[in-house]
Design a protein around this ligand. Structure first.
Ligand SMILES: Cc1cc2nc3c(=O)[nH]c(=O)nc-3n(C[C@H](O)[C@H](O)[C@H](O)COP(=O)(O)OP(=O)(O)OC[C@H]3O[C@@H](n4cnc5c(N)ncnc54)[C@H](O)[C@@H]3O)c2cc1C
Length: 419
């Protein structure tokens, strides 16, 4: 009997993890990517594996905060104003999703999904033998103001209610944990079950292992599909090459919605641009990953390096004027030293940052499952700020869906056509 074959479009963390589990299932897998897979969104991110992030981006209170941030050039959030129908629909659905009920339903699902993914990373490290500097040191949400302290206290309470360990710490208690860095904070919330890794190392190691197991890689930009009788017969690339296919999984990150329009599928997805800087670890560097809660900056020690990442600029990619925003970069670095005054970030002001584009859905939940209308098309994208965290569990879930097995978690909230 001939082997089942599948083409995966997009070789970021989601596509590569799916390739891993599908080849394990006996599929002949080809990953098609327009890039050389050396420096995409899945490479320069903050590498946090975060069961503690069970509240989706669309949550009560986010809109008023977002509006305030829109008026500050150095703030961590910005929407490029455009009269674009898809952006307007996205914002409307985002507004509708910012309610207690939706968050209440999403939280346990996101937590279980994240915990599953963390377990699968452990398996990659311990059983598959990939070395990607995976460390289980937890996450500190550092705060400077009593207003933010209240928000973190509420997160700690909600975490405990869902069975996740969490503690609200004073400045002195944070300093007991984080003895390297001098901190200018009021306190922190500590989530000991979070972990972190070096994203480039993970992607490179997984790529190597996939090649060894026979997964094929093709560098090409997919621009269209040849569809007959509701089946994709062939994938068309930008050189008008036609690649015959049996099944397709689209994991093209933030570019997925535009591409899938060619298959008649309409999805609300916006790119959330972010930046990161990487510097060598020094004696003043923190050893525990942290998020500067008011500033929305992520700080991750990874291997011999320290990565500082932040900002979410919505809808930059589709604008012809997409560029690196120097003021927002300055904002990231200035805010870092407000929390870690002894950290020398001065050389970073001269550095060109890494830029990545998070695929953001209006409700903060990914799209994962079989596509509507097209029989042999599957989709896994829209992981927003949590794609690195959720990569392995997404890969395994897609294997279960594609090979028609019972899924390990409920998929109702991930439906492709929910908007
Ligand atoms: C600053 C920053 C910090 C972050 N920190 C974290 C973190 O700490 N933890 C976390 O969990 N997440 C984090 N994220 C989010 C995470 O990086 C993303 O959610 C994740 O990388 C998305 O993975 P992906 O595989 O869906 O998309 P991508 O990594 O973007 O991969 C999509 C691939 O599809 C390819 N492609 C697109 N269109 C086509 C086409 N037409 N033909 C062929 N190929 C195509 C692209 O070349 C790309 O390689 C962060 C993101 C940013 C920007």
């Amino acid at each position: 009997m001939s082997k089942k074959t599948i083409h995966i479009i997009g070789g970021g963390v989601i596509g590569l993890c799916a390739a891993w589990y599908l080849q394990e299932e006996g599929y002949e897998v080809t990953v098609i990517d327009q890039s050389d897979l050396s420096n995409g969104t899945s490479h320069g991110n903050a590498g946090m594996i975060v069961p503690s992030h069970f509240i989706p981006l669309a949550a009560p209170g986010v809109i008023s905060k977002g509006i305030r941030w829109m008026f500050s050039a150095k703030s961590p959030f910005y929407i490029r104003p455009r009269l674009n129908n898809k952006l307007i629909q996205w914002l409307w659905q985002f507004y509708l999703s910012c309610n207690e009920n939706k968050v209440h339903n999403a939280a346990p699902v996101l937590l279980a999904f994240n915990q599953w993914s963390k377990f699968l990373y452990e398996t990659f490290a311990e059983e598959v033998g990939l070395d990607f500097s995976f460390e289980k040191k937890g996450l500190l949400m550092l705060f400077k103001t009593s207003k933010q302290q209240k928000e973190e206290a509420s997160m700690v309470k909600q975490s405990r209610q869902l069975g996740l360990s969490a503690n609200l710490l004073s400045k002195a208690e944070v300093e007991q944990l984080e003895q390297n860095a001098n901190l200018n904070i009021l306190g922190g919330a500590y989530f000991p079950d979070d972990a972190h890794l070096h994203p480039q190392q993970f992607i490179q190691q997984l790529l190597l292992r996939l090649k060894q197991t026979g997964v094929q890689f093709l560098q090409a930009k997919v621009v269209n599909f040849d569809i007959k009788d509701q089946q994709i017969k062939a994938i068309i690339d930008s050189n008008q090459q036609s690649i015959p296919t049996q099944q397709v999984l689209c994991t093209a990150g933030t570019w997925s919605a535009q591409l899938l329009e060619k298959a008649g599928i309409s999805m609300l997805l916006q790119d959330g641009k972010g930046y990161s800087f990487t510097l060598p670890l020094s004696s003043n560097s923190p050893r525990i990953p942290s998020i500067l809660a008011e500033a929305k900056v992520a700080i991750t020690p990874m291997h011999q390096q320290l990565r500082i990442g932040g900002t979410l600029e919505l809808g930059s990619l589709l604008s012809k004027k997409d560029k690196i925003n120097a003021l927002r970069l300055k904002g990231i670095l200035e805010r870092t030293t407000q929390y870690y005054p002894q950290l020398d970030v001065q050389p970073l002001y001269e550095q060109t940052p890494w830029v990545g584009y998070r695929p953001c859905t209006p409700d903060g939940m990914p799209y994962m499952g079989k596509a509507p209308k097209v029989q042999n098309l599957f989709i896994a994208t829209g992981h927003g700020m949590m794609g690195m965290s959720l990569g392995p569990a997404t890969g395994k879930l897609m294997r279960q869906i594609i090979s028609k097995q019972k899924t390990s978690i409920t998929t109702e909230l991930f439906k492709i056509d929910r908007f």
